[in-house]
Every structure is written in C-alpha cells, then in structure tokens.
Design a protein around this ligand. Structure first.
Ligand code: GUN
Length: 298
C-alpha cells in the first residue's frame, strides 16, 4: 500500500488560519499586532524571492511588517547600527537578517547583534543554548526543525520512545532537530541517532528508524531498502536537478527516492510541497509568540 503523503502545503494553511485567529485575539486584547522586520542586504534573486514571500505571509496575517533592503555595499558598522535600531523599536518583535550576507560582512557578528528576545530565526547562540535546555526556555526553535517537528506531530506519528535517525549534522537542521526530538515533552521523548558523511553503516542505521529525517543535500541519497516498513520519512532536501524548459522553473528533488520509498514507509513528505512551506510558517509562529511575550503574555 502506498504511504500517506504529509502535505506541507495543507498544513501551512491550517497553521496560518490558527495564527490569524491569534493575531485577531491579540489585537482585540492589546490593540497591537506582531511586528516583523526582514533585512535584506543586496538583491540576490533567491534571497529577494524568500523575503518577498516572508513579507507577503506576514501581511496576510495582519502583522506590522517592514522590508528593509540595504545596498550590497553597506558597511558592517552601519548594518550593526540598523539592527540596534530595531532591537529597541517597541513595534518590532521579530528581526530576520536574510542569509547569506556579502563576504565583507561577518555573519556571526551580525547574527549575534540581534536581541535574542527578537531572534525569531532562532540563530543567536543564546537561542541555540535555550533549545539545548528545552522546556519553557526553548522560545524560538529554528524554523525548519520546528516545521519538521510540527509535521511529525500533526501527522499523528508517535514520537515517545521512537527510534529517530537524523541524516546530516548542520547547525540549521540536523543538530537542532536531533536535540529537539530527544527532549522531554510532547512531540519528542525519542531515542535519537545522528548520522553523517563519516558514519560507517549509514544504511544499517536508517533501517532501524521509526522516524527518518534526512537533511543531507544529496539527491536520492536514501534508497528504498534503507527504509523501515511503516516508518515516517521527513525529507528536508531541496536539490535542483535540472530545469523545466517549458516553465523555466528548476526541477527539485529531495534526498530520498520518493517514488520507491512511498511504497515501503507509512508516511512521507514530498519535495516540493513538504517541509519547504513549513519554514516560513514557523517564522510567523515564532513572531506571534515573541509579540505575546513582549506584551506580557496571552
Ligand atoms: N536564507 C535561507 N534560508 C534562511 C532562513 O531560514 N533564515 C535566514 N535568515 N536566512 C535564510
């Protein structure tokens, strides 16, 4: 039997509907709305398109939103001063610096300058530490791992005691999702293994996974024979493998051989339309959470 497809596109709409209600409630209660600024340095097409989508989503929820585009030549000092301006702006609850930054700017220095209580991307070391501590401390889970966990929970997959195998150890996906799944709490309590390029028996580990999370950036890395029957497979890979000549759009492929895998696992996320749509949704969720915190709670 073919696996159930976990649609990120459908889940995004469900969550945005919930958030819209929350924003309306916030407005009625406090007279205020969440404020999000996205700072873009230069106009790299991929970054422009991400930021445009973030702002469009924020607008659809009724946020106060600012798209602050700066010249590619901005100095590090001026960028740090701009961040400080938003750090102290009471109408702004979320600050996002679109990455990558130009080479003359130190990414870490810039990310570390964001007020951790407005760091809705969850990239500041203070928030990385808060994720490690878990519980109520973990206020801003990074958006892609948060989206992955939300998909696992909303698809009805049991996580408590489950064998979770994470393929990949990046700071943005692999490491945080591994920690999040191992924490005490709902949608967690799992037994987690992280595997990577130096792992000796990649296939052997994957075969044990009740929940397999793949964020390796290698198209079709995971073969159907690596998948445990009935398991849940979350494919985070977004690999451009060619161009559709008719539409001019990139052809995208995940890290899992989807067509073969869906005949073995129980649930699977597609690429595109899986984890991708969840990332911006979680950014909105973090911004709403931040606004409530700044207003003293719900
Ligand atoms: N560039 C690509 N993805 C992201 C993201 O999730 N956050 C930020 N800040 N920049 C990105």
């Amino acid at each position: 039997m073919s696996a159930e497809i976990i649609s990120g596109t459908k889940m995004r709409q469900e969550i945005l509907d919930e958030l819209k209600k929350e924003v309306d409630e916030m407005k009625a209660k406090t007279g205020k709305v969440p404020g999000l600024v996205t700072i873009l340095v230069g106009e790299t097409p991929a970054s422009v398109s991400y930021v445009t989508l973030k702002i469009k989503t924020a607008k659809s929820l009724g946020f106060h939103e600012i798209q602050d585009t700066q010249s590619v030549d901005i100095t590090e000092e001026d960028l740090l001063a701009l961040i400080e301006k938003y750090n102290t702006d009471p109408e702004i609850h979320g600050i996002l610096i679109q990455l990558p930054l130009p080479k003359h700017i130190d990414d870490n220095k810039v990310l570390n300058a964001i007020n951790p209580d407005k760091d809705v991307d969850g990239f500041h070391p203070v928030n990385v530490g808060r994720i490690m501590i878990g519980g109520d401390e973990a206020i801003f889970p990074p958006c892609t791992p948060a989206g992955i966990q939300e998909m696992i929970v909303r698809s009805g997959t049991e996580t408590s005691g489950a064998e979770v195998v994470v393929v990949g150890r990046s700071n943005i996906v692999g490491k945080p999702i591994a920690i999040m799944m191992a924490q005490k709490g709902v949608g967690a309590n799992s037994t987690v293994t992280i595997v990577h390029t130096r792992t000796k028996d990649l296939a052997g580990h994957c075969k044990r996974a009740d929940i397999l999370i793949v964020a390796a950036g290698v198209p079709d890395l995971v073969k159907p024979e690596w998948i445990k029957p009935g398991s849940t497979v979350i494919d985070v890979g977004v690999n451009r493998v060619g161009m559709n000549e008719k539409t001019g759009k990139a052809i995208l492929k995940g890290d899992v051989d989807f067509e073969a895998a869906k005949e073995i696992c129980g649930k699977i996320t597609p690429v595109p339309g899986g984890v991708g749509p969840m990332t911006i949704t979680m950014l909105m969720k973090n911004t709403v959470k931040s606004a409530w915190k700044h207003f003293g709670g719900k």
